[in-house]
Design a protein around this ligand. Structure first.
Ligand code: NAD
Length: 527
């Protein structure tokens, strides 16, 4: 079943401003990040590796070689705990990559804001293999990669915030959001989304809607809430101080140019200016529509997404794709417009009707197929979707978008299951199937086209267990095929498909013979 449970026990409590403690694997750039943050905050960075070398009077590599790893870890634990126990609010620390293996260090970290600098094994190896520092655990690439895989979830579980170790500027850009997080109730996590046209924080935590964490300064930019008729009575008031609320009719059939016009007019009537921003409160329909209106109103105003469906929390709120449908095809008119931030309160899913929660599950399965690894293993085993699952899905999507914001290549993997899924939605008039339901059908078709019968069977079982359809009715297969041919991703006469070589190995741009596409659609059509 899809059900929400809290990922980690974190009683809501207001913490005082906390010290920033950077953690992460070798080569993530923790020392540099800490120096950058410290400079911006006007304090001095404390680097545990450097301080340990001073205390022991030798380089780390020598301590390892002469005294052994156990002796090094004991000395490191002692020093890091001293640093953490005496750290003042607003101080900045960089902790040795292996220090968090110690239970005592993990306990000492609890009162502070733990910031993971996330680096892939490949990036880390590239940085350390030929770097100036001798690192005892970076001699053999295989062993290095294995250690990275082993430590990854430990780091992620500890982190209040995860920043991609992309470039030096990221820490300075993320600092205002980190400070916001440092003053917020415990249990809230922050991910940092990067795209070429801008980056932004994603806050995730139960109770966030009431928590006052907002990515934009409300004193400088007024909020204009765009929501739908179902969500408005449930959550609009909880957004707090808004200049005006624009409520649209709910559902995909209202993600139209006419609805966009109504929103533009309402924002203009409410005297919204370019200094103000939109708060898109709702599911993917509201997010796409309000995001599109924000992208175009007075040539573009900011938007903060507050997703309230599972589809929106795991997928649609991130990445900046906005738009509306035309009768002939989905998402035919739109714009890329990255949000100023995303505020995800998984508590809002408690009011989501079960079929909508199930529809979101199809996007979870899609994301897990793209991610592979731990996320796929959990989903394939039928695990409950919880806050941790949402976080992993968000990380997956953000990772893909960071590589390719504008769908020129890698981002197309996110379209897995969407080519035939969108065509089912179009051919059935956007009213018969929820987007997630159609994506589930599209996934089955994509897995057939991928020559993955066993994976297709497993996904069909997962979808069926959620009450999701594994066959469609209400449309002629020929109409679905015609809608595939009009897919907006077509290049000339060719529609590229996203196929699955294995979970975690999803490839885009595949040429698929028309006969195979027709057969995959026919297989899905109810007898
Ligand atoms: N931009 C992207 O990258 C992207 C990605 C995936 C999907 N999408 C789009 O997302 C849309 C589908 O989104 P969706 O599945 O969220 O549908 P939706 O927005 O229509 O929401 C589903 C229903 O749930 C109601 N609802 C929303 N939150 C609720 C809550 N917390 N409690 C009770 N009811 C609630 C809504 O009023 C609606 O009736 C599609 O248009 C799809 O194209 C966009």
């Amino acid at each position: 079943m899809v059900a929400l449970k809290q990922a980690r026990a974190a009683p809501p409590r207001t913490r005082p401003a906390r010290a920033l403690a950077f953690i992460g694997f070798m080569g993530a750039g923790k020392s540099t990040a800490a120096r950058d943050a410290a400079r911006a905050l006007g304090v001095e960075a404390l680097d545990s590796d450097r301080l340990l070398e001073q205390r022991l009077g030798r380089p780390v590599a020598d301590v390892f070689a002469e005294d052994g790893e156990a002796a090094f870890r004991a000395a490191e634990e002692q020093l890091v705990c001293e640093l953490l126990d005496s750290a003042a609010p607003d101080s900045v620390l960089a902790l040795g990559g292996g220090s968090v293996l110690s239970e005592r260090v993990r306990r000492a970290l609890a009162p502070h804001l733990t910031v993971l600098l996330d680096v892939t094994a490949q990036q880390a190896w590239a940085r350390v293999a030929h770097g100036p520092v001798r690192r005892p655990l970076a001699r053999d690439e295989q062993a290095f990669r294995a250690l990275h895989a082993q430590r990854r979830s430990l780091y992620e579980d500890l982190a209040d915030a995860i920043l991609p170790a992309l470039d030096r500027g990221v820490v300075a850009r993320a600092l205002p959001a980190l400070r916001l997080l440092a003053g917020a109730p415990g249990g809230i996590r922050m991910l940092w989304a990067h795209a070429d046209s801008g980056d932004y924080p994603v806050f995730v935590g139960q109770g966030l809607l009431d928590g006052g964490v907002w990515p934009l300064d409300r004193g400088e930019s007024r909020r204009f809430c765009v929501t739908d008729e179902n969500v408005a009575p449930l959550y609009a008031r909880r957004l707090g101080d808004v200049a005006a609320t624009v409520t649209v009719a709910a559902g995909e059939s209202h993600k139209t140019p006419a609805a966009a016009l109504a929103v533009w007019e309402a924002l203009a009537d409410a005297a919204m200016t370019r200094a103000d921003h939109v708060a898109a409160l709702g599911g993917g329909v509201v997010g796409d529509l309000a995001g599109f209106c924000a992208a175009t109103y007075q040539r573009g105003v900011g938007v903060v997404h507050v997703p309230t469906t599972l589809v929106a929390q795991v997928d649609s709120a991130y990445g900046g794709k906005t738009g509306v449908d035309l009768p002939r095809a989905k998402n035919y008119v739109g714009a890329y417009h990255q949000p100023a931030g995303v505020v995800v309160d998984p508590d809002t899913l408690t009011t989501l009707p079960a079929p909508e929660l199930a529809a979101g599950y199809a996007e979870v399965v899609k994301t897990a197929l793209i991610a592979g690894g731990q996320l796929w293993e959990q989903v394939a085993a039928g695990a409950t979707v919880d806050e941790a699952t949402i976080l992993r899905c968000v990380q997956t999507k953000l990772g893909v978008v960071a590589e390719d914001e504008r769908d020129a290549g890698a981002r197309q993997v996110l379209n897995l299951g969407h080519t035939i899924g969108h065509a089912v939605e179009t051919a059935t008039g956007y009213g018969r199937y929820r987007h997630g339901e159609a994506v589930g059908l599209g996934l089955l078709a994509a897995l057939r086209l991928s020559g993955q019968p066993q994976l297709r069977d497993r996904v069909a079982e997962l979808l069926t267990a959620q009450g999701l359809p594994v066959r469609f009715d209400g449309a002629d297969p020929a109409a679905v095929a015609a809608a595939v041919a009009r897919d907006k991703k077509r290049v000339g006469a060719r529609v590229p498909f996203v196929l699955v070589a294995a979970p975690g190995d999803v490839r885009f741009g595949a040429d698929v013979p028309t006969a195979d596409v027709l057969a995959a659609i026919a297989e899905l059509a109810a007898e």
